[in-house]
Design a protein around this ligand. Sequence first.
Ligand code: 2BA
Length: 119
Amino acid sequence: MSDKNDSIEDARLVIAIVHDNDADILESSLETAHFRVTRLKSSGGFLKEGNTTFFIGTAARYLDELMEIIDENCRERKRTISPLSPIAAEMQSYHTLPMEVEVGGATVFVIEVEQFKKL
Ligand code: 2BA
């Protein structure tokens, strides 16, 4: 079976930012489903923690399948920010109790691709 970036027409670039702990399982699920991926180490501007960014080039008709795979493999987590942490200081917050934020499952951007070429 050919992989799912073979159609130049109607191409999309999907950028998915996921938790580091979900990255390996997501990558292998995408490969099993014949999506091509580029994986980058990244970090979130807010928590300043490592996360993983996937670039996935594919055709529009595969987007539903792709979203399902991302959704199945990336779970939401809660992170607690201590009022004494540098993040809280940066926010100039006056919280005296730990603050909880929800991270993920995945933050996904879908971009229409004007040109897709392999030179
Ligand atoms: P971080 O920027 O480290 O954000 C981690 C989590 O902290 C976010 O989870 C959100 O729940 C919370 N958060 C972010 N900014 C906040 C703020 N100003 N005040 C209160 N809480 C805040 P997610 O939304 O699931 O985002 C996970 C990661 O996805 C982010 O890590 C960032 O690396 C990326 N991301 C999210 N939205 C983005 C966007 N619009 N553009 C680019 N990257 C984005």
